[in-house]
Design a protein around this ligand. Sequence first.
Ligand code: NAI
Ligand code: MG
Length: 375
Amino acid sequence: MTGLAKYRIAWLPGDGIGKDVMDCARLVLDQLALDAEYVPGDIGWEFWKSEGDPLPQRTIDLLKQTDCALFGAITSQPGEEAEQALAPELRGKGHAYFSPIVRLRQQFDLHTNLRPCKAYPGNPLNQRDDIDIVVFRENTEGLYSGVEFFPLPQEVLEVLSAHHPSMAKFEKFGRENIALSARIMTRQGCERIVTQAFDYARKHGRRSVTVVDKPNILRETGGLMIRTAREVAGRYPGITLQETNIDAQCMWLVKNPQDIDILVAENMFGDILSDLAAQLVGGLGFACSANLGAEYAVFEPTHGSAPKYAGQYKVNPMAMLLSARMMLDWLGEDDRAQRLEGAVAEVIAEGRVRTYDVGGSNTSLEVAAAVAGKL
Ligand code: NAI
Ligand code: MG
Protein backbone atom coordinates (compact mmCIF):
# COMPACT_ATOMS: atom_id res chain seq x y z
CA MET A 1 0.00 0.00 0.00
CA THR A 2 1.33 3.43 -0.87
CA GLY A 3 0.47 6.04 1.70
CA LEU A 4 -2.57 6.23 3.95
CA ALA A 5 -6.07 6.60 2.69
CA LYS A 6 -7.71 9.97 3.36
CA TYR A 7 -10.49 8.38 5.41
CA ARG A 8 -10.81 5.36 7.65
CA ILE A 9 -14.40 4.19 7.58
CA ALA A 10 -15.72 1.49 9.89
CA TRP A 11 -17.62 -1.07 7.82
CA LEU A 12 -20.43 -2.66 9.85
CA PRO A 13 -22.74 -4.85 7.76
CA GLY A 14 -24.37 -6.52 10.79
CA ASP A 15 -27.00 -9.18 10.10
CA GLY A 16 -29.37 -10.31 7.37
CA ILE A 17 -29.91 -7.85 4.53
CA GLY A 18 -27.44 -5.51 6.22
CA LYS A 19 -24.76 -7.47 4.36
CA ASP A 20 -26.66 -7.33 1.04
CA VAL A 21 -27.11 -3.56 1.07
CA MET A 22 -23.56 -2.90 2.28
CA ASP A 23 -22.24 -4.78 -0.77
CA CYS A 24 -24.31 -2.35 -2.84
CA ALA A 25 -22.84 0.64 -1.02
CA ARG A 26 -19.35 -0.66 -1.68
CA LEU A 27 -19.99 -0.97 -5.39
CA VAL A 28 -21.05 2.67 -5.57
CA LEU A 29 -18.32 4.05 -3.28
CA ASP A 30 -15.69 2.23 -5.33
CA GLN A 31 -17.14 3.73 -8.50
CA LEU A 32 -16.82 7.17 -6.85
CA ALA A 33 -13.18 6.32 -6.09
CA LEU A 34 -13.49 7.62 -2.55
CA ASP A 35 -10.02 7.65 -1.02
CA ALA A 36 -10.98 5.50 1.94
CA GLU A 37 -9.95 2.43 3.83
CA TYR A 38 -12.95 0.34 4.90
CA VAL A 39 -12.30 -1.41 8.17
CA PRO A 40 -14.70 -4.29 8.89
CA GLY A 41 -16.16 -4.51 12.40
CA ASP A 42 -18.12 -7.21 14.26
CA ILE A 43 -21.63 -6.25 15.32
CA GLY A 44 -24.98 -7.98 15.62
CA TRP A 45 -26.85 -11.12 16.53
CA GLU A 46 -24.10 -13.49 15.47
CA PHE A 47 -21.82 -12.04 18.16
CA TRP A 48 -24.59 -12.07 20.74
CA LYS A 49 -25.06 -15.78 20.11
CA SER A 50 -21.39 -16.71 20.16
CA GLU A 51 -19.99 -14.21 22.68
CA GLY A 52 -22.95 -12.85 24.63
CA ASP A 53 -22.27 -9.36 23.30
CA PRO A 54 -23.67 -7.93 20.05
CA LEU A 55 -21.17 -5.05 20.21
CA PRO A 56 -17.85 -6.48 21.38
CA GLN A 57 -15.32 -4.13 22.96
CA ARG A 58 -12.92 -4.73 20.06
CA THR A 59 -15.49 -3.14 17.74
CA ILE A 60 -15.75 -0.05 19.94
CA ASP A 61 -11.95 0.19 20.00
CA LEU A 62 -11.89 -0.12 16.23
CA LEU A 63 -14.51 2.61 15.79
CA LYS A 64 -12.39 4.96 17.89
CA GLN A 65 -9.71 4.69 15.23
CA THR A 66 -12.00 5.58 12.35
CA ASP A 67 -13.57 8.80 11.04
CA CYS A 68 -17.12 7.46 10.94
CA ALA A 69 -19.07 4.26 10.41
CA LEU A 70 -21.38 2.89 7.77
CA PHE A 71 -23.81 0.41 9.29
CA GLY A 72 -26.21 -2.08 7.67
CA ALA A 73 -28.73 -3.53 10.11
CA ILE A 74 -28.88 -5.91 13.01
CA THR A 75 -31.28 -8.54 14.20
CA SER A 76 -32.55 -8.31 17.74
CA GLN A 77 -35.11 -10.32 19.65
CA PRO A 78 -36.90 -9.94 22.97
CA GLY A 79 -35.44 -11.16 26.28
CA GLU A 80 -36.47 -14.83 26.36
CA GLU A 81 -35.66 -15.56 22.73
CA ALA A 82 -32.34 -13.79 23.18
CA GLU A 83 -31.43 -16.05 26.12
CA GLN A 84 -32.41 -19.16 24.13
CA ALA A 85 -30.26 -18.09 21.18
CA LEU A 86 -27.09 -17.91 23.28
CA ALA A 87 -24.47 -20.61 22.88
CA PRO A 88 -25.18 -23.25 25.60
CA GLU A 89 -22.09 -22.37 27.63
CA LEU A 90 -23.20 -18.71 27.81
CA ARG A 91 -26.76 -19.32 29.03
CA GLY A 92 -27.71 -18.38 32.58
CA LYS A 93 -24.52 -16.32 33.01
CA GLY A 94 -26.33 -13.01 33.27
CA HIS A 95 -25.69 -11.81 29.72
CA ALA A 96 -28.30 -9.17 28.90
CA TYR A 97 -29.06 -8.17 25.34
CA PHE A 98 -28.84 -4.44 24.71
CA SER A 99 -29.37 -2.87 21.30
CA PRO A 100 -25.91 -2.24 19.81
CA ILE A 101 -27.11 0.77 17.84
CA VAL A 102 -28.55 2.39 20.97
CA ARG A 103 -25.23 1.64 22.70
CA LEU A 104 -23.29 3.23 19.86
CA ARG A 105 -25.45 6.36 20.13
CA GLN A 106 -24.70 6.60 23.85
CA GLN A 107 -21.04 5.60 23.74
CA PHE A 108 -20.17 8.12 21.02
CA ASP A 109 -22.72 10.73 22.14
CA LEU A 110 -24.46 10.69 18.77
CA HIS A 111 -27.07 13.17 19.90
CA THR A 112 -28.62 14.01 16.55
CA ASN A 113 -30.60 11.63 14.39
CA LEU A 114 -31.02 13.21 10.99
CA ARG A 115 -33.61 11.77 8.61
CA PRO A 116 -34.16 13.47 5.27
CA CYS A 117 -37.41 12.38 3.62
CA LYS A 118 -37.28 13.61 0.06
CA ALA A 119 -39.43 12.46 -2.82
CA TYR A 120 -37.43 11.59 -5.91
CA PRO A 121 -39.78 12.09 -8.85
CA GLY A 122 -40.72 8.91 -10.64
CA ASN A 123 -40.94 6.78 -7.53
CA PRO A 124 -44.44 5.28 -7.71
CA LEU A 125 -44.45 4.95 -3.91
CA ASN A 126 -44.29 8.72 -3.39
CA GLN A 127 -47.35 10.30 -1.86
CA ARG A 128 -46.45 13.32 -4.01
CA ASP A 129 -43.32 14.26 -5.92
CA ASP A 130 -42.75 17.61 -4.19
CA ILE A 131 -42.11 16.42 -0.64
CA ASP A 132 -38.82 17.45 0.95
CA ILE A 133 -38.96 17.05 4.72
CA VAL A 134 -35.99 16.82 7.06
CA VAL A 135 -36.52 15.41 10.55
CA PHE A 136 -34.12 16.13 13.41
CA ARG A 137 -34.70 13.66 16.21
CA GLU A 138 -32.94 13.96 19.56
CA ASN A 139 -31.14 10.66 19.94
CA THR A 140 -29.98 10.25 23.53
CA GLU A 141 -32.65 11.40 25.98
CA GLY A 142 -36.40 12.08 26.18
CA LEU A 143 -38.74 9.14 26.61
CA TYR A 144 -36.02 6.75 25.40
CA SER A 145 -33.61 7.75 28.17
CA GLY A 146 -33.78 4.20 29.47
CA VAL A 147 -34.86 5.17 32.99
CA GLU A 148 -37.68 2.72 33.62
CA PHE A 149 -39.22 0.80 36.52
CA PHE A 150 -41.51 -2.17 36.91
CA PRO A 151 -42.60 -2.74 39.53
CA LEU A 152 -42.22 0.76 40.86
CA PRO A 153 -39.76 0.67 43.79
CA GLN A 154 -41.30 1.73 47.11
CA GLU A 155 -38.81 4.60 47.55
CA VAL A 156 -39.57 5.96 44.10
CA LEU A 157 -43.31 5.79 44.78
CA GLU A 158 -42.84 7.65 48.06
CA VAL A 159 -40.69 10.37 46.57
CA LEU A 160 -43.07 10.91 43.68
CA SER A 161 -46.09 10.98 45.98
CA ALA A 162 -44.41 13.46 48.31
CA HIS A 163 -43.53 15.76 45.42
CA HIS A 164 -46.51 15.47 43.14
CA PRO A 165 -50.25 15.57 43.85
CA SER A 166 -51.02 13.71 40.59
CA MET A 167 -49.47 10.55 42.07
CA ALA A 168 -52.31 10.16 44.58
CA LYS A 169 -54.61 8.59 42.02
CA PHE A 170 -52.12 5.77 41.32
CA GLU A 171 -51.39 4.69 44.88
CA LYS A 172 -54.49 2.50 45.15
CA PHE A 173 -53.24 0.20 42.36
CA GLY A 174 -50.21 -0.91 44.34
CA ARG A 175 -46.62 -0.38 43.27
CA GLU A 176 -46.39 -3.95 41.89
CA ASN A 177 -48.92 -2.93 39.23
CA ILE A 178 -47.29 0.33 38.22
CA ALA A 179 -44.78 0.72 35.37
CA LEU A 180 -42.92 3.97 34.90
CA SER A 181 -40.80 5.25 32.00
CA ALA A 182 -39.23 8.63 32.63
CA ARG A 183 -39.15 11.29 29.94
CA ILE A 184 -35.96 13.09 30.85
CA MET A 185 -35.01 16.20 28.91
CA THR A 186 -32.18 18.60 29.53
CA ARG A 187 -31.77 22.20 28.48
CA GLN A 188 -28.47 21.19 26.87
CA GLY A 189 -30.08 18.33 24.97
CA CYS A 190 -32.90 20.55 23.67
CA GLU A 191 -30.50 23.31 22.72
CA ARG A 192 -28.19 20.92 20.88
CA ILE A 193 -30.88 19.35 18.71
CA VAL A 194 -32.64 22.64 17.90
CA THR A 195 -29.31 24.28 17.06
CA GLN A 196 -28.51 21.44 14.66
CA ALA A 197 -31.85 22.00 12.93
CA PHE A 198 -31.28 25.75 12.59
CA ASP A 199 -27.70 25.30 11.38
CA TYR A 200 -28.98 22.92 8.74
CA ALA A 201 -31.70 25.39 7.73
CA ARG A 202 -29.12 28.15 7.34
CA LYS A 203 -26.68 25.98 5.39
CA HIS A 204 -29.38 24.74 3.02
CA GLY A 205 -31.27 28.00 2.59
CA ARG A 206 -34.42 26.79 4.30
CA ARG A 207 -36.73 29.37 5.77
CA SER A 208 -38.43 27.68 8.70
CA VAL A 209 -37.91 25.16 11.46
CA THR A 210 -40.87 23.57 13.24
CA VAL A 211 -40.43 22.34 16.79
CA VAL A 212 -42.88 19.55 17.55
CA ASP A 213 -43.92 18.55 21.06
CA LYS A 214 -46.97 18.70 23.34
CA PRO A 215 -46.23 21.49 25.80
CA ASN A 216 -49.84 22.05 26.80
CA ILE A 217 -49.89 18.55 28.39
CA LEU A 218 -46.21 17.74 28.93
CA ARG A 219 -45.76 21.12 30.54
CA GLU A 220 -42.30 20.66 32.02
CA THR A 221 -40.46 18.64 29.37
CA GLY A 222 -42.38 20.04 26.42
CA GLY A 223 -42.22 23.50 27.94
CA LEU A 224 -38.44 23.31 28.24
CA MET A 225 -38.16 22.21 24.63
CA ILE A 226 -40.31 25.09 23.34
CA ARG A 227 -38.67 27.79 25.47
CA THR A 228 -35.21 26.57 24.49
CA ALA A 229 -36.22 26.49 20.82
CA ARG A 230 -37.38 30.13 21.05
CA GLU A 231 -34.02 31.13 22.53
CA VAL A 232 -32.11 29.35 19.80
CA ALA A 233 -34.36 30.80 17.08
CA GLY A 234 -33.44 34.29 18.30
CA ARG A 235 -29.90 33.67 17.10
CA TYR A 236 -31.03 32.94 13.51
CA PRO A 237 -32.66 36.00 12.02
CA GLY A 238 -34.40 35.20 8.76
CA ILE A 239 -35.38 31.67 9.77
CA THR A 240 -38.76 31.44 11.46
CA LEU A 241 -39.64 29.07 14.27
CA GLN A 242 -42.99 27.34 14.13
CA GLU A 243 -44.43 25.39 17.04
CA THR A 244 -46.80 22.47 16.63
CA ASN A 245 -48.28 19.66 18.71
CA ILE A 246 -47.23 16.11 17.82
CA ASP A 247 -50.77 14.88 17.15
CA ALA A 248 -51.74 17.75 14.87
CA GLN A 249 -48.36 17.57 13.13
CA CYS A 250 -49.05 13.92 12.22
CA MET A 251 -52.32 14.98 10.56
CA TRP A 252 -50.59 17.75 8.63
CA LEU A 253 -47.88 15.36 7.47
CA VAL A 254 -50.56 13.31 5.79
CA LYS A 255 -52.62 16.30 4.64
CA ASN A 256 -50.02 18.80 3.34
CA PRO A 257 -46.65 17.05 3.28
CA GLN A 258 -45.41 19.39 0.54
CA ASP A 259 -45.66 22.40 2.90
CA ILE A 260 -43.49 20.86 5.60
CA ASP A 261 -39.84 21.80 5.84
CA ILE A 262 -37.64 20.99 8.84
CA LEU A 263 -39.07 19.25 11.90
CA VAL A 264 -37.24 18.96 15.20
CA ALA A 265 -38.38 16.84 18.13
CA GLU A 266 -37.53 14.83 21.20
CA ASN A 267 -36.52 11.16 20.81
CA MET A 268 -39.87 9.35 20.72
CA PHE A 269 -41.80 12.07 18.90
CA GLY A 270 -38.96 12.28 16.39
CA ASP A 271 -39.02 8.50 15.97
CA ILE A 272 -42.72 8.60 15.10
CA LEU A 273 -42.45 11.65 12.84
CA SER A 274 -39.55 10.21 10.89
CA ASP A 275 -41.27 6.90 10.16
CA LEU A 276 -44.41 8.71 9.08
CA ALA A 277 -42.46 11.10 6.86
CA ALA A 278 -40.39 8.25 5.38
CA GLN A 279 -43.52 6.42 4.32
CA LEU A 280 -44.63 9.46 2.30
CA VAL A 281 -41.58 9.07 0.04
CA GLY A 282 -41.29 5.33 -0.48
CA GLY A 283 -40.88 3.75 2.94
CA LEU A 284 -38.16 1.48 4.22
CA GLY A 285 -36.50 0.92 0.86
CA PHE A 286 -35.67 4.64 0.66
CA ALA A 287 -35.35 5.79 4.29
CA CYS A 288 -31.79 6.86 5.10
CA SER A 289 -30.42 8.26 8.33
CA ALA A 290 -27.41 9.65 10.15
CA ASN A 291 -26.53 9.52 13.84
CA LEU A 292 -24.35 12.57 14.41
CA GLY A 293 -22.19 13.64 17.31
CA ALA A 294 -19.55 16.33 17.64
CA GLU A 295 -16.72 13.87 16.99
CA TYR A 296 -18.21 10.85 15.31
CA ALA A 297 -21.10 9.74 13.12
CA VAL A 298 -22.82 6.51 12.14
CA PHE A 299 -24.81 6.30 8.90
CA GLU A 300 -27.49 3.66 8.40
CA PRO A 301 -30.64 2.84 6.49
CA THR A 302 -33.57 2.83 8.91
CA HIS A 303 -34.80 -0.63 7.96
CA GLY A 304 -33.88 -3.73 9.94
CA SER A 305 -32.25 -7.01 8.92
CA ALA A 306 -35.36 -8.48 7.18
CA PRO A 307 -34.21 -12.06 7.91
CA LYS A 308 -36.51 -13.63 5.33
CA TYR A 309 -34.62 -11.88 2.51
CA ALA A 310 -31.11 -12.30 3.93
CA GLY A 311 -28.47 -13.04 1.33
CA GLN A 312 -30.96 -12.96 -1.57
CA TYR A 313 -30.01 -9.50 -2.86
CA LYS A 314 -33.69 -8.82 -3.26
CA VAL A 315 -34.26 -5.72 -1.12
CA ASN A 316 -34.01 -2.12 -2.18
CA PRO A 317 -30.50 -0.72 -1.64
CA MET A 318 -31.58 2.94 -2.12
CA ALA A 319 -31.93 3.57 1.63
CA MET A 320 -28.36 2.38 2.06
CA LEU A 321 -27.04 4.34 -0.93
CA LEU A 322 -28.71 7.51 0.33
CA SER A 323 -27.16 6.87 3.76
CA ALA A 324 -23.77 6.63 2.05
CA ARG A 325 -24.56 9.95 0.40
CA MET A 326 -25.16 11.46 3.86
CA MET A 327 -21.77 10.11 4.91
CA LEU A 328 -20.07 11.77 1.96
CA ASP A 329 -21.80 15.03 2.88
CA TRP A 330 -20.59 14.79 6.48
CA LEU A 331 -17.04 14.03 5.35
CA GLY A 332 -17.12 17.22 3.28
CA GLU A 333 -17.10 15.29 -0.01
CA ASP A 334 -19.74 17.62 -1.44
CA ASP A 335 -19.08 16.83 -5.06
CA ARG A 336 -19.24 13.05 -4.63
CA ALA A 337 -22.32 13.42 -2.41
CA GLN A 338 -24.11 15.43 -5.09
CA ARG A 339 -23.11 13.06 -7.85
CA LEU A 340 -24.36 10.08 -5.88
CA GLU A 341 -27.69 11.74 -5.13
CA GLY A 342 -28.02 12.77 -8.77
CA ALA A 343 -27.34 9.19 -9.92
CA VAL A 344 -29.93 7.79 -7.49
CA ALA A 345 -32.46 10.38 -8.68
CA GLU A 346 -31.80 9.49 -12.33
CA VAL A 347 -32.24 5.75 -11.80
CA ILE A 348 -35.50 6.38 -9.92
CA ALA A 349 -36.75 8.79 -12.60
CA GLU A 350 -36.03 6.33 -15.40
CA GLY A 351 -37.80 3.57 -13.50
CA ARG A 352 -36.20 0.78 -15.52
CA VAL A 353 -34.24 -0.89 -12.73
CA ARG A 354 -36.34 -1.49 -9.62
CA THR A 355 -36.52 -3.90 -6.71
CA TYR A 356 -39.71 -5.74 -5.75
CA ASP A 357 -40.96 -3.11 -3.30
CA VAL A 358 -41.20 -0.58 -6.13
CA GLY A 359 -42.92 -3.09 -8.41
CA GLY A 360 -39.79 -4.31 -10.19
CA SER A 361 -37.92 -7.59 -10.30
CA ASN A 362 -34.31 -6.45 -10.29
CA THR A 363 -31.81 -7.46 -7.64
CA SER A 364 -30.22 -5.12 -5.13
CA LEU A 365 -26.94 -5.42 -7.00
CA GLU A 366 -28.55 -4.54 -10.33
CA VAL A 367 -29.98 -1.36 -8.80
CA ALA A 368 -26.58 -0.48 -7.32
CA ALA A 369 -24.90 -1.20 -10.67
CA ALA A 370 -27.41 1.08 -12.41
CA VAL A 371 -26.57 3.87 -9.95
CA ALA A 372 -22.84 3.24 -10.37
CA GLY A 373 -23.35 3.37 -14.13
CA LYS A 374 -24.63 6.95 -13.87
CA LEU A 375 -21.59 8.14 -11.95
P1 NAI B 1 -37.33 -4.87 8.85
O1 NAI B 1 -37.09 -3.45 8.52
O2 NAI B 1 -36.14 -5.74 8.93
O3 NAI B 1 -38.26 -5.51 7.73
C1 NAI B 1 -39.66 -5.38 7.66
C2 NAI B 1 -40.12 -5.61 6.23
O4 NAI B 1 -39.90 -4.43 5.48
C3 NAI B 1 -39.32 -6.68 5.49
O5 NAI B 1 -39.82 -7.96 5.69
C4 NAI B 1 -39.46 -6.22 4.07
O6 NAI B 1 -40.70 -6.66 3.57
C5 NAI B 1 -39.46 -4.72 4.20
N1 NAI B 1 -38.13 -4.13 3.98
C6 NAI B 1 -37.20 -3.79 4.90
N2 NAI B 1 -36.12 -3.25 4.32
C7 NAI B 1 -36.37 -3.25 2.99
C8 NAI B 1 -35.64 -2.81 1.85
N3 NAI B 1 -34.42 -2.28 1.95
N4 NAI B 1 -36.22 -2.98 0.63
C9 NAI B 1 -37.42 -3.51 0.52
N5 NAI B 1 -38.17 -3.92 1.54
C10 NAI B 1 -37.65 -3.80 2.77
O7 NAI B 1 -38.17 -4.90 10.20
P2 NAI B 1 -38.62 -6.15 11.11
O8 NAI B 1 -39.06 -7.29 10.26
O9 NAI B 1 -39.55 -5.58 12.07
O10 NAI B 1 -37.32 -6.58 11.90
C11 NAI B 1 -36.40 -7.59 11.47
C12 NAI B 1 -35.21 -7.56 12.40
O11 NAI B 1 -34.51 -6.33 12.24
C13 NAI B 1 -35.59 -7.63 13.86
O12 NAI B 1 -34.69 -8.48 14.52
C14 NAI B 1 -35.46 -6.21 14.35
O13 NAI B 1 -35.15 -6.16 15.70
C15 NAI B 1 -34.34 -5.69 13.50
N6 NAI B 1 -34.33 -4.22 13.27
C16 NAI B 1 -33.11 -3.64 13.22
C17 NAI B 1 -32.99 -2.30 12.95
C18 NAI B 1 -31.63 -1.72 12.81
O14 NAI B 1 -30.68 -2.45 12.62
N7 NAI B 1 -31.47 -0.41 12.86
C19 NAI B 1 -34.18 -1.45 12.76
C20 NAI B 1 -35.42 -2.18 12.76
C21 NAI B 1 -35.47 -3.53 13.03
MG1 MG C 1 -38.13 3.97 14.31
